[in-house]
Design a protein around this ligand. Structure first.
Ligand code: NDP
Length: 497
């Protein structure tokens, strides 16, 4: 039986999910599949654990989360090795991924109290006798559904925010990377052994769907746009709020005054790191005419040096090979040219770096998420045309601009939640910045202040401090008092600017 398994394809045997390396077929580990009752009881346990965790308060949670961060930092090599085995990504890429996740845990732990803790709001003249108090209270239980491409970083974004905010979390990792998910949860239990504050449930899509319907307070989903719609529909049944981090088709714009060599280096890394299986990966490049030829030449030179199996790992999900093959074939059939890789690039379980030019804008390689180590490069007359083309898709996740004088101006005009100027993907590692997209790439944010607020319910409290000068909210107000209110409104707001 084992001999016929496709490397990387998860196998279910007797209620156990067996995860294998897409590169070698070696077993990465096995985890028990959760049934609907298991999901329900995990959420039930999480509810009690969440109340306990919330009651610890910001300072104690900070200490526990920083201990967890330290444990992950100590064992980063072990985590990277496991991730390398389960996804096939090069160990160095797994280290970079783990480092970013650790940074986010550290930041969330240190900033949750400032962002979510109780504060008084500014006094206004109307209702001046009341003070306003705001705090962000946890949802109770947050469900986190994650993808396989970054099995450490993508779940830990919402998990770190949700835990720091005082929620318990139930994680459903992708069926392709359950072992990394289990490892994350097990290490947390080492620093928080008292209660199941962070749990994991395993299985296929039906387990994720069961989590949506299990009475959680909020769901944070990271995955494809198509699945995001199913998740939203399931959550809509109970009006459970959702945060959606979905797919993208990010563009890089190279302006006339760009450092062409740096732009090429970034395009190759942004497009081909993790074998291109990156939600914020660069998939399309729009280079202005004066730098186009030099840029293409530099990209081909740099991408041509990447080695399969060393710099470029296998496709984590074997089925993805067909998608990448279809996009390359379609691009070539519709008039595109491969200046690197191309027709024979798909060499299971990997895809060789491929650079396509002259690809029509209607082609799948330009319009759909490819998720492989491929780049299309399109010549444009100027930055305006580049922005127009970059913005032409329903997606709007990230993007990048290379240019000196107008880099930030161009970045502002891109339909995207995040843009890196003179680098690529940087925003995902910057813990102070919110991460998320617009349009088909989703809504809601992880990371940064906004990412923390995503996991707290704003609670507004007013406290009466004295008698009302302008009593409006009582049946006992007199006509004279109403006239005083009119006078006050005119005085305060009647002046035109
Ligand atoms: P999928 O949408 O296929 O799966 C995501 C998760 O949802 C998996 O855990 C999956 O479980 C689960 N799932 C599947 N069906 C359902 C369902 N009906 N109800 C609830 N959960 C379900 O995405 P991939 O795992 O293939 O990940 C790749 C995608 O993720 C790409 O589109 C990529 O761009 C996007 N992504 C977005 C990021 C962002 O931050 N915006 C970051 C990283 C990736 P199972 O695997 O068991 O089917």
């Amino acid at each position: 039986m084992t001999a016929t398994r496709t490397p990387g394809m998860p196998v279910v045997e007797d209620g156990v999910l067996i995860s294998t390396s897409p590169a070698t077929g070696a077993e990465a580990g096995r985890v028990p599949i959760s049934g609907p009752d298991d999901v329900a009881s995990a959420v039930r346990r999480a509810r009690a654990a969440g109340a306990w965790w919330a009651a610890l308060g910001f300072d104690e949670r900070r200490t526990r989360l920083l201990r967890w961060r330290a444990l992950l930092a100590e064992r980063i090599d072990e985590l990277a090795e496991l991730t390398h085995t389960e996804t096939g990504k090069p160990p160095a890429d797994a280290i970079v991924e783990a480092a970013a996740a650790i940074e986010h845990i550290d930041w969330a732990a240190r900033n949750a109290k400032r962002v979510l803790g109780p504060r008084r709001t500014k006094m206004r003249l109307l209702l001046a006798e009341h003070s306003g108090h705001l705090e962000y209270q946890p949802y109770g239980v947050v469900g986190v559904i994650g993808p396989w491409n970054y099995p450490i970083l993508t779940p830990l974004g919402p998990i770190s925010g949700a835990l720091a905010a005082g929620n318990a979390v139930v994680l459903k990792p992708s069926e392709y990377t359950p072992v990394v998910g289990q490892w994350i949860v097990d290490t947390f239990a080492e620093v928080v052994p008292e209660q199941p504050v962070l749990q994991v449930v395993h299985g296929l899509g039906d387990v994720g769907a069961a989590l949506c319907r299990a009475g959680i307070g909020k769901l944070a989903f990271t995955g494809s746009t198509a699945t995001a719609k199913k998740v939203m529909a399931a959550c809509a049944e109970t009006l459970t709020p959702v945060l959606i981090e979905a797919g993208g088709k990010d563009a890089l714009i190279v302006d006339a005054d760009a450092d062409v060599s740096a732009a090429a280096e970034a395009a190759v890394w942004g497009g081909m790191t993790n074998a291109g299986q990156t939600c914020i990966g660069i998939e399309r490049v729009y280079a202005v005419a004066p730098v186009y030829d030099a840029f293409v030449e530099a990209v081909v030179a740099k991408a041509g040096k990447l080695k399969l199996g060393e710099d470029i790992g296998p496709m984590t999900m074997p089925g993805q090979l067909d998608v990448v093959r279809r996009h390359i074939d379609d691009a070539l059939a519709s008039g595109g040219r491969a200046v690197l890789g191309g027709a024979g690039a798909v060499q299971p379980p990997s895809v060789a770096p491929t650079v396509l030019v002259d690809v029509p804008e209607e082609s799948a390689a330009i319009r759909e998420e490819t998720f492989g180590p491929t780049l299309t490069i399109t010549k444009v007359t100027d930055a305006d045309e580049a922005v127009r083309r970059a913005n032409a898709l329903p997606y709007g996740l990230g993007g990048a601009v290379f240019g000196k004088a107008n880099g930030v101006r161009i970045a502002r005009r891109l339909k995207a939640g995040m843009v890196a100027v003179n680098s690529t993907l940087t925003f995902v590692g910057m813990a102070t910045l919110p991460f998320g997209g617009v349009g088909d790439s989703g809504f809601g944010r992880i990371h940064g202040d906004d990412g923390l607020r995503e996991f707290g319910v704003p609670k507004s409290i007013t406290v009466r401090r004295g008698p009302s000068l302008l009593p409006s909210m009582t049946f006992e107000r007199t006509p004279a008092q109403v006239r005083r209110i009119v006078k006050a409104v005119k005085l305060l707001y009647g002046r035109r600017p």
